[in-house]
Write a protein that binds this ligand. Sequence first.
Ligand SMILES: [Zn+2]
Length: 59
Amino acid sequence: MTIPKTIKCPQCRKETVWEGNPNRPFCSERCRLIDLGAWANEEYRVPGEKPADEEPEES
Ligand SMILES: [Zn+2]
């Protein structure tokens, strides 16, 4: 049994797995985009993809 290697997302500091993570070192595409600064850039917004701001706030 192997323990999946985990990393901490540099953006939200959530623990996330390294293996098979296309967005590493981030936990998600969202964090990756934030890091790129694209999140603040309205022009970057992909048609058909809306910001995930409906998610409940978790801390
Ligand atoms: Zn993250």
